[in-house]
Each structure stands twice: as C-alpha cells, then as structure tokens.
Design a protein around this ligand. Sequence first.
Ligand SMILES: Nc1ncnc2c1ncn2[C@@H]1O[C@H](COP(=O)(O)OP(=O)(O)OP(=O)(O)O)[C@@H](O)[C@H]1O
Ligand SMILES: [Mg+2]
Length: 279
Amino acid sequence: MSNAFYYAKTPRGNTRTVSITSGKGGVGKTTTVANLAYCLGALGKKTLILDGDLGMANVDIMFGLRAQHSIHDVLNGKMNLEEVIVPVSPNVDLIPGGSGVYGLHNLSFAQKQVLLDQVGQLDEEYDFMLIDTAPGIDDNVLYLNAAAQEILVLVTPEPSSLTDAYAIIKVLNQKHQETRFSILCNQVKDEQEAMRVYQRLSDVADQFLCVSLDYRGYIPADLNLRQATRSQQLVSMRNSDSPSSQKYLQLAEKLSLPSDLVELKGSIQFFWEQLSGVA
Ligand SMILES: Nc1ncnc2c1ncn2[C@@H]1O[C@H](COP(=O)(O)OP(=O)(O)OP(=O)(O)O)[C@@H](O)[C@H]1O
Ligand SMILES: [Mg+2]
C-alpha cells in the first residue's frame, strides 16, 4: 500500500475543520472567522485559524496585529510551521497564509511529508481549525473548502450574494462531490429575514442540485460591528453584549456540539493532505 493511499483513507486526530466561504466578496467571511474563533476560544476550545485568502490576507488585522511571517516561510524551508503560528487571542492561534497556501501543490513529495509531519502534531493541540477563504470560486477556494469537514456558506439578503452562494455550492457539488453545506445568514435584520434568505437558497438548491443545506443560524447587521472593525477590533471582544456578538457566541456553542460531519472526513491532517495533493 502506498503512503498516499494510506493518508487518503485514514482520518486521524480530533480537530474539527470548518471553512468559511461565500462565492461573493465582502459578505463578512473574515469577520465571521475572527469573531467565531474568538468565541470558541472564550468557550475554552483551542482554535487555529488558517488565513487562506490569496489576495487580501487580513485575519491578523482583525485581531489588531500584523503577522511577520507566513506559511510561505515554511514552504521555503526557512521556518517550522509552529514558528509562524501566532497567538491572537486566548486559546486562538493563527497561521498567516495568504498566497503561500497555494504553493502546497508545487512542493516535492519529500517537502510535503515534512510539512505533514508538522501538521500531524497540531492535531493533538486544537479542537477547531477555521479556514478563511478568498472571494470567488477559483480552484484555490474550491480546494480549501473541499478539504474541510464542514463548509459554512455565508449569505446575505443581497440577490447577488444568493446567486454567488448558489454558484459555489453548485461547483463544489459538481467538481468535488460535496453534498452537505451549512448556511449562515449574515447582515440580516432578524431571524425572519434569515429564514427567508435560507429558504430561497434552499428552494433553488432543491430544484437543481442533489445537496442538503443545514441552517446554522444568522448574524444580524450590527452597527457596533462596523465600528469595531473600523478600529481594528473584534466586536465580540469590544462589545460582547451587542446583537452580533451574542449570535457569534451562540454559533460557537452550536459548533461545539458533537457533529456527524467529523466522521465523514478526516481532521487537520486530512485537510492538509487533501490540500497538498498527497491524498
Ligand atoms: N453582521 C454584520 N453587520 C455589519 N457589518 C458587517 C457584518 N458582517 C460584516 N460586516 C462588514 O462587512 C464588511 C466586509 O466584511 P469582511 O471583510 O469580513 O468580508 P469578506 O467576506 O471577508 O470580504 P472579502 O471577500 O473581501 O474577503 C466589513 O466592513 C465588515 O465590518
Ligand atoms: Mg475576507
């Protein structure tokens, strides 16, 4: 049996991997990743964020800092993975990624093995890995999503957001055989509007695709959040009573419940194996 086969079929470790995606840009992916990670950390869950946005790696900025190194330095052989990981809030660490994440495919098999060995050690350490993705539906975005256990699709009431959410669900289904997606409605007025948005997406998906969409909840449009972002702070940290902070915390609590998605795909190591093409 080749190593590649062994890696592809053997899920290990306990880390839950969740990608946050939307098709459309500017709907709140990075904001969601950062606040959700913060709340998971506050609940005592060790959380690792992978910044997978090729163009605008900016998760670090959300936490009010600027990372000095990125996964680039690991792929160049200059640093170990654990040396580029930065703590950003209690129980939360970040792998500054940016364009480096996509260099994975070009590594030699030996280089990939070195990286995967390092990643294997992370599985013991983290309860969650959240992956921020770039806008759009190019191959890089698709790979990141297809490698994660749970794909959380963000959608807002804007018609173009619905169209783009549908597009990414469709292409992940057709190209990567993904059949299950979680839906989070962002920037809505209230639960009723969230349900309407979810229902519209779900109706179209039911009509044309063979997928199931699980409603994960909603985050209200919140002025406090905008103000916090402007001052490079997390709303969950700065104003934990605000409507959006409460919903981020609820989402973190929901995610912390056991999920059957964990059994379907592997863990952190599985994620990196998929990404690097070892699997
Ligand atoms: N629930 C919300 N209420 C109010 N404003 C929000 C909310 N969610 C996100 N925003 C605002 O929307 C803007 C875009 O957010 P963000 O950068 O997180 O989006 P993104 O999907 O990561 O964008 P990109 O696709 O460019 O990476 C930010 O100014 C953010 O403050
Ligand atoms: Mg972003």
